[in-house]
Every structure is written in structure tokens, then in C-alpha cells.
Design a protein around this ligand. Sequence first.
Ligand SMILES: Nc1nc2c(ncn2[C@@H]2O[C@H](COP(=O)(O)OP(=O)(O)OP(=O)(O)O)[C@@H](O)[C@H]2O)c(=O)[nH]1
Ligand SMILES: [Mg+2]
Length: 462
Amino acid sequence: MRKTGNINFVLIGARATGKTVYLASLFLNEKSVTSKDGHTIEYLQPLSDSLLGGKYPQATAGTLHELKFNYKDEDISCQIQIDDVDGHFVETLHKEDDTTQKQRDILIQNIKNSEGIIFFFPFEENFKEESIKSFNYEIDTIISKIAEMYNNHDHIPIPAVIALSKWDNSPDFKAENEDEKALDYIESNKFLKLAKEKIEHHFPNLSIIPISAVGKDMEQMNPYNLEKPLRFFIDETYRLWEKKIESLKGNDKDLLKYLSKIYFDMKFYKNGKYNTMYTDIEKKFADEIELKSNKLQDYMQFTQVQEEYQNITPYLLQSDRDKLEEIGKKLKSKQTLKKASWGTGIIIAISLLGLGVAGWYVKSKVLKTENELYSDLVVEYENHNYPDAMEDVSDYQDKFKDTLDTEHKNRVEEIKNRIVRHYNLKLEKILSSNSLLTQYDELNVLNSEIDDFDNMNTLHKK
Ligand SMILES: Nc1nc2c(ncn2[C@@H]2O[C@H](COP(=O)(O)OP(=O)(O)OP(=O)(O)O)[C@@H](O)[C@H]2O)c(=O)[nH]1
Ligand SMILES: [Mg+2]
């Protein structure tokens, strides 16, 4: 599932298994991985400086860092997020603890949202058995959290990697048969073996990769296989996207929705084939809605067209959404002009003062009487135009809180409650849907609809 245009990967591992050093080295050494994100640079720069100076950084005590990178290679350019967590959280994930609960919750959420998971197993002589034991236990918690997101299926469809970190400690480092040796090492420890078996059982798409963040000699700084887990995830993610696109062919609406989420990451992929696919479908729908909207005479008709296309508009390019909004504004101001005919004189005066259409529209709203505003909001509500109805509700409650018309006042309150209930139900329905992708898409639409409701705290809190 995608969050905010980033592909999300999570590093999971007990304390001191090399997660932070891996990220610092990735940032320092991999040409394909860069970052423009302030927090990421602030966090990783000193760590990689310290690596360059031959010193390992401190443990990631009590914190969780959401790090954002750009990955760029010949054929792929995308944004990725990788979290660096204190291994202590991972070792104690199922526990409740007041002081660090927030970080634990974020970690669980990010695990659920991830598109790839790297499990860190350390190659070490002096193994911290206790640590690996609790890690092993928490693997169940982690797997059950992810499985929740995939209908509790045994098989989780996202790719996973077991990174055998600190591989430079092994006598088989860079040996020809090192993959085999890496596996032998894991199987030789009962906790690692058990952990591997659990992971293998739930993630059919698993790759075991021995890595080293620094190489045999830290001063030489010769990291090994750093990019490999990422490239594996990225390739798998693109492969899954392509598969999904194939399955949506012939269903332009769903294809539009899906492609709108990923077209940015598809810019260079396969010569921009999927990016073009998105812009073609987008244009087809945008032209169709625009053509219809341009023929309309009043705002009411416009809201009907909006409703007809409400499953599509949020997935259009911003420029096309702006165009449609502009048409809506013009129709609305035309209507307000008609309604406020008694105030035409004032409006003309204001227009003469040089205020634009938008300007006088705002003014004309101020001029609405209690009766006008009330009837407007009832009309919006009855036409199921809830975002505008809600705007009128807050306007009404703002301006006419001292009105004598208690019948209106009560009705307005009732309408407000109904709208809130409507959205709450919608939210519940979305959250109970099985498909993550549908949930994500629909929450996006819902979010854009309730964006303007500054007084709908009940919903925002959810
Ligand atoms: N030989 C070797 N040692 C490493 C490597 N990476 C990390 N280490 C060692 O492992 C220690 C812990 O590494 P970190 O990256 O801080 O471990 P972490 O998983 O982030 O630990 P927490 O933040 O406590 O969860 C380092 O201080 C190094 O001693 C590596 O590539 N090779
Ligand atoms: Mg760390």
C-alpha cells in the first residue's frame, strides 16, 4: 500500500544488528541512493561522517526515524522511505509502554504499510542470544500485523529479505559459495533457523542476502551488497505494479485510479510506457468532464456532474482539477448573482471598485440573509453536495447563532449531524473493506471531501 508517494521499506532487527550503520553506509556510498529530505540528511550525515572517520555510530536509542531517499538508476527513478528503529522496540514490539508507545505505534503502522521488509540477522562470533531470542518471539507479532493487512492469509504478497549483516566477519566473505555458507550459518543457530523458517513460511518471495556495511577493513570502506536488498524490493514492487496494471486493463476508471498513484515513479520505466498510459486515460476523462461542464447553465447541474464523476476527479492531474473548479466557481457566482438580485446595486458597486468575480462572491456571501443561507444549505444537502452543505452549515452557525428562528436552527443542527453520520458510516465501510488498495483510494477521496470541514472534529479524530 502506498502512503505519500514513497515506496516504504522497513528494517527489522534486534539491537546492534547493524541497521543504522547499513543506512549510513547506503547514504554515504551508494550512487543510486540520495536524499533531499532535511531530517534524513541531518540524521545520516553525522553518522556517515563518523563511519568515514573510522568510528561506528551510537545505538539508535529510543527513537524512530522515517528516512526519505531518492533512488535513481538507468531505468527507474522513485522515492523510497526506510525507517530506522531502535532494535529495542523491535524486541519488545508486543508490549505496551507509556513512554515509547507512540514510536511503537508508528512502527507498527509503517510495518503494515510497507512494500518490503528487511530482516537483519547478524553474523557474529559473540552472539547476543537473549536479543535474538526476543527478536525471534517478536517476528510472530510482526508477521501477524502484516498478515492483518492481507486478510490474514498465510502468504504475504510483499517481498522480504533476510540481510545477513556483518558478513565481513565470516571466513566465507565473498567466497564463491557464500550464499550457501550464509544459509549454513543461519541453520546452525537454533533461533536464527527458527526465525528464518517463520519468515520463509509467510513470505514466499524471500531473498537471503549476505551484506557488509563497511567491508573487511573499515578504513578502506568497501561495503558489500548494500544496494542488493533495495534493488530486489524495487524490482519486485515494479513487477507487482505491472501485474496489477495488466489485471485492470479494460477497466479505465480503476486503471486511472491506480496509475495516478504510481505514474510519477513510472516516468522512466520502460520508456515511460505506463506514464503515458496514465496521461492518455487522464486526458480522456478530463476532456469528457470539461466538455460536459462547459455546457452547463447553473451550479446545481454542475454539482450533479461532479457527483457523477466523483470517483474520477480526485485522480486527475492537478491542472485539470483546477480547470473544473474554475468552471464551478463561475457557475456558482452566476447563481449567487441571480439570487442576490436585491443586492445587485451593492454588488455592482463592489465590482466597480475593481474586485474580481471571486472577490465579490465572498462579499455576496456575507450579504446572505438568514433565510437565504438556510435555503441554500438545505438545497446543497438535498442534492447530496455535502462539502458545500457543510461549509454553509458552519457559515450559518457562525453568523446566525443568535437567530430567533429555532426551527431553522434545529434543522441545521440535524443536517450537520446527518452529514457527520454519513461520513462516519462511509469511513466505517471503507475501513471494513478487504482490499487495501480500495481502502487507500477511497480514503483519499473521503479526505479530499472532508478537507474543508474545520468543525467536523469527530471525523478528523478517527
Ligand atoms: N563487522 C561489522 N560490524 C558492523 C557492521 N555494521 C554494524 N556493525 C557493528 O554492529 C554495531 C551495531 O550497529 P548499529 O547499526 O548501530 O546497530 P542497530 O541495529 O542500528 O542497533 P540499534 O540501534 O540498537 O537497534 C556497530 O557498532 C558495529 O560494531 C558491519 O557491516 N560489519
Ligand atoms: Mg540503530
